[in-house]
Design a protein around this ligand. Sequence first.
Ligand SMILES: [Zn+2]
Length: 145
Amino acid sequence: METAVPERNMDKGHAFYRLKTPDGMASPENNADESAGMEYSDGKGRRIFCAACGNTVTHSGKRISINGLHRHVFTNPGGYTFEIGCFITAEGCAITGDPTDEFTWFPGYRWAYALCSGCLSHLGWHYRSGAGAFFGLILDSLKEE
Ligand SMILES: [Zn+2]
């Protein structure tokens, strides 16, 4: 298996890296979705939001499987264990820091921190490789409607 991420999503992954603008963190593609009034009719599913501030982070329809699983449990070098879910997009996340492959949980992917764009809580990580990109979000930090 090469990857679970379609190549066309590379564009969306790159878009998240161009978000250092005064307009905030919403990508042009996501704005287009909302202006079309399709938020709940295009398969996005239920709203998934930041447990700390209520900011919309992603939607249940954006769940994807990486290496055959949506949920993964990892322990970082500091001994903290995280249960994360994989999402193809997370419009409510701000990606910060330089991508690195240090201690990566997904071989072949580099990661950067994904923060809530509403309150800057650490919600998880953004992973990218030459084949695609996705978010791994800490399930304990999210709530679902
Ligand atoms: Zn938040």
